[in-house]
Design a protein around this ligand. Structure first.
Ligand SMILES: C[S@@+](CC[C@H](N)C(=O)[O-])C[C@H]1O[C@@H](n2cnc3c(N)ncnc32)[C@H](O)[C@@H]1O
Length: 274
């Protein structure tokens, strides 16, 4: 279908390099429009649930920073592949830290990492000297509006599963296709223009991505007032699936051994006959 907004050049599936050039204006444009439609309220609620050693991926300019409850967050690692986006988050953190110091409060343990979340992610720096049951893993992993901006969303989700503890939580606030066909058609039509400008594909089927990730879905809720385009998701590593796989192997192996022994016997007998 013809859409005058569609760019005349092809837009790559991975348009995430756009964030490097839009970082300075990101908060005034995208950030401000999110606030006006209530995304910030949802973000505050989501981030408020984080505890222990926390990793936030695709952290961008750090709009979640102010919402963490550092009484229950032992450390926070903010990760993003765009250095200019993360630099703005770092500036925001310096201001919070300065306020804490002036008020006589001990600043929280916060670390910044410029890297792709598709690459292996190291565990929390601040937990290195602690005796923990699963070293190198985080208690909570958070991501807000990250699946829209990566060309490999399922891989990214799997990475989150790799770095979270067995009983840890993965908390996501994402956006994508909504409840209605007409709405999704409009998102589809305008997606290339938006991706080209902002680096975000807003027409993804978030439900399918999450289901295909292999992680266990604890909760999905989609506020009616955004017509289903906003996805609040809680996932777990899915140790039930891990456990099932182990049990399956344990059940299978004696059967397999028996079948293989019978096959060997049959081959030997045939050898005698031939
Ligand atoms: C839409 S912005 C969201 C930023 C922030 N979470 C927020 O809610 O405002 C998407 C962010 O994901 C980052 N990003 C995209 N792909 C990434 C990847 N593979 N690894 C890490 N960060 C990535 C981009 O650099 C950008 O900062």
């Amino acid at each position: 279908m013809f859409n005058p907004q569609t760019p005349s050049h092809p837009v790559p599936e991975d348009a995430s390099d756009r964030y490097d050039s839009t970082a300075k204006t990101y908060d005034e444009t995208v950030g401000a429009s999110e606030k006006s439609i209530g995304v910030d309220r949802l973000r505050r609620k989501l981030v408020g649930q984080a505890e222990g050693h926390v990793l936030e991926v695709s952290a961008g300019t750090g709009p979640s920073l102010a919402h963490y409850n550092f009484k229950k967050v032992r450390s926070l690692t903010l990760l993003d592949q765009s250095a200019p986006m993360l630099e703005i988050a770092r500036q925001k953190w310096y201001e919070i830290k300065e306020r804490d110091l002036l008020a006589g409060r001990k600043p929280a343990n916060v670390e910044f990492r410029v890297q792709s979340a598709l690459d292996p992610i190291e565990g929390p720096k601040y937990a290195k000297d602690e005796k923990v049951d699963e070293p190198g893993k985080f208690d909570t992993v958070v991501q807000a509006h990250g699946l829209c901006s990566t060309a490999q969303p399922e891989r990214l989700l799997q990475r989150l599963g790799e770095v979270v503890k067995r009983d840890g939580r993965i908390l996501l606030l994402e956006h994508g296709h909504g409840f209605f066909g007409w709405l999704n058609l409009s998102l589809d039509l305008n997606a290339p223009m938006r991706a080209d400008k902002y680096g975000c594909w807003w027409n993804k089927d978030i439900g399918a991505l999450v289901r295909n990730s292999g992680l266990e879905i604890v909760k999905i809720s989609r506020p009616w007032y955004h017509l289903g385009t906003t996805w609040w998701i809680e996932l777990r590593k899915g140790h039930d699936a891990e456990q099932e796989h182990k049990i399956q192997q344990e059940v299978e192996s004696p059967i397999k051994q028996h079948v293989m022994a019978q096959q060997q016997e049959a081959v030997q007998k045939r050898g005698w006959l031939w």
